[in-house]
Structures are given as structure tokens and as C-alpha cells.
Design a protein around this ligand. Structure first.
Ligand code: SF4
Length: 327
């Protein structure tokens, strides 16, 4: 009989990235065509702009035909199960479909720092990261460039790509986009930011965010299930939810963790993040109420809420740090 912890492990030699099967069957080619067609009347995220990005027109996400990449490198700041010993192969996309006033990557997400990356260039970056020894390819802020990622993927596969793909998102994704990624993405990593529509309107300029995020995360979970690791503790497949604890609990942490446990199950992997700091448009003059870091007490209240909800797989790094502060 399988024990509970064994249920979250698979042998590396038994793992094959999901997208290779789609590539071999010809389905990936069909997805690429479908995805590019959708750029002509872009409703790839819940903003539903309806503009023609094939003609290089742009709206909220300021991205036309090609993606913008700000940087790509082996990232050692991600969760242990992603960074391992050789780093997570992150590709940071420029621009964003949200407008978080506290954005910690303001130059990248609000100002679009980076350069256009046509499909061949994007494929080259994936191969470069694989050759560096990274454990996965980690697409950061990919919501508005799903067709562009799909378009680059066959080119990377032809050059030998075989790493798991991680979709590192704010969870402001449409079901249409996620359907395109079904069987392509190995691990989804949504950041569930806000529970309440009014808070989402004020702080990320998207009142429909909570509803859209709940819908998207349910779909991600349906596609990939609970997070599973290999023998070395590296994530191979599944759902890893992030949640940033905010000052004064404006994010609605208690409701979010309760929803995760209830809707997705107590074994959902959660990283309860403590690293909020005032950035972007937040200052002593604007959004003053969040112009501070969280306290250790606020973090512990959040952690207790996760425990009370029954969540049993909370990423250990942040709790361990606070324990060290308190001792
Ligand atoms: S991906 Fe960009 S253009 Fe398309 S709906 Fe979203 S914000 Fe609008």
C-alpha cells in the first residue's frame, strides 16, 4: 500500500514532460495555430480587450505580435523544489496584464523593460537554460504571451528541450488560455493575490480578479493535480500556489487558504510568502496603509489560518525564517 508521502513522489526515470507527447502526436502544432489565431481578437486573459495583436496593436498588456523578454537566467531565489542545486531556468516576460500598485518588478511589468523575443529567440533561451543545467524552464508573467510560448516550443523541442515547464502566473488567466496549455505545462505556480473584488480594484486594477483567479486555479488543478517531486525533491508536475501576505490582511489570506483547502484539497502545496515590501506606486503619500512590511505576528496569523484550514503541505522556508526570528 502507498503511504501519504509516497503519493507525492515519482521516479525521475518514469517522468516525461507533458509537451513531448503533444509534439509527437501533432497536437502541439494544432495548438500553435489555434493560439496564433486568437491573437487576432485577443481575449487571452480576463481583460477581454478584443484587439488584433497580429497587426502589432496592443492594449492593457502593451504586448503586440511578439513577447518581450526582460531577462533569462538560472534563478536561485525560487522555492527549493524549483531551484534545486542548479537553479530554476527563469524567463521573465516584460509587461503584464495586471496593474499592481505595489509591483516589485515595476520596470519590467509597468515599463516593459526588455526586448522583443521572436519564437526562434525564445526557443534559444530555453535551450541555453537547459544547457546551463537548470532543473526546469520557468515562465514568469506568461499570461499575455501564451501563443508566443506555444509558438517557440516546437523549435525548442527540435533542439532537444526536455525539462519540465513551469507556468509562473498571477492567476489572471482565461480558461481559453489554460485550455491551450492543457498537456503542455507540467507545473502551474499561480500567485493567488486577492480575495475581495474591491481590494482587487484598488490594488491591482482588476475587480474581476478574485473570480477569475478562482476559476483559473481550479482549472490548473484539474489539469495537473497535486504537486509531485522526484527523488531529490525537485518539482516535476502539479500545482504550487503562492500567496503573498499583505499588511493589514488586505489580501484576504484567511478566505484564500480556506478556499484552497475546501476546493482543491488539504494536500495542495502552498507557499505562504512573507517578502512583501513597499514598491511601485506605494509610498508615504500614496497607498500609505500598505507602505510597510508585514510584521512577524501578521505572518504567524496567516500561517495559523493555513493550518486551521487543514493545509498540510506549506512550503517550509518562510515559516522556518520566522521561527528563527522568534526564538
Ligand atoms: S492578453 Fe493583453 S491584449 Fe489580450 S486580453 Fe489580455 S490584456 Fe488584453
Amino acid at each position: 500500500m502507498q503511504t501519504a508521502s509516497e503519493a507525492y513522489f515519482i521516479e525521475r526515470r518514469c517522468f516525461q514532460p507533458a509537451y513531448l507527447r503533444l509534439y509527437e502526436s501533432g497536437e502541439l502544432k494544432r495548438r500553435v495555430e489555434l493560439a496564433l489565431d486568437k491573437l487576432a481578437d485577443c481575449r487571452l486573459c480576463p481583460r477581454d480587450c478584443g484587439i488584433n495583436r497580429l497587426q502589432n496593436k496592443f492594449a492593457v498588456c502593451k504586448t503586440g505580435r511578439h513577447s518581450v523578454v526582460s531577462s533569462y537566467f538560472a534563478h536561485f531565489g525560487e522555492e527549493d523544489c524549483l531551484r534545486g542545486t542548479r537553479g530554476s531556468g527563469t524567463i521573465f516576460f516584460g509587461w503584464c496584464n495586471l496593474r499592481c500598485v505595489f509591483c516589485q518588478n515595476y520596470d519590467i511589468s509597468w515599463r516593459g523593460k526588455g526586448r522583443a523575443a521572436p519564437p526562434d529567440e525564445l526557443a534559444r533561451m530555453m535551450i541555453y537554460l537547459q544547457e546551463q543545467g537548470c532543473h526546469n524552464i520557468n515562465f514568469v508573467t506568461p499570461e499575455h504571451v501564451v501563443p508566443q510560448i506555444l509558438e517557440a516550443l516546437p523549435l525548442a523541442i527540435q533542439r532537444g528541450l526536455c525539462l519540465p515547464l513551469v507556468y509562473n502566473t498571477s492567476a489572471y488567466d482565461s480558461l481559453d488560455s489554460l485550455e491551450l496549455m492543457d498537456g503542455v505545462i507540467d507545473a502551474y505556480m499561480p500567485d493567488f493575490k486577492f480575495w475581495d473584488a474591491e481590494m482587487a480594484r484598488r490594488y491591482i486594477k482588476a475587480p474581476n480578479y478574485p473570480e477569475a483567479a478562482r476559476r483559473a486555479i481550479r482549472e490548473m488543478h484539474r489539469q495537473v493535480g497535486s504537486l509531485v517531486f522526484d527523488e531529490k525533491g525537485l518539482a516535476l508536475r502539479g500545482l504550487l500556489i503562492r500567496h503573498l501576505v499583505m499588511p493589514g490582511d488586505i489580501a484576504g489570506t484567511q478566505q484564500i487558504v480556506a478556499w484552497i483547502a475546501r476546493e482543491l484539497g488539504p494536500d495542495t502545496y502552498l507557499n505562504l510568502m512573507d517578502q512583501y515590501y513597499p514598491a511601485g506606486k506605494v509610498s508615504g503619500a500614496e497607498y500609505v496603509e500598505i507602505s510597510r512590511r508585514i510584521t512577524s505576528k501578521e505572518y504567524w496569523v496567516a500561517l495559523e489560518a493555513a493550518r486551521a484550514a487543514g493545509l498540510c503541505r506549506v512550503d517550509p522556508r518562510a515559516p522556518a525564517k520566522h521561527l528563527a526570528i522568534w526564538q
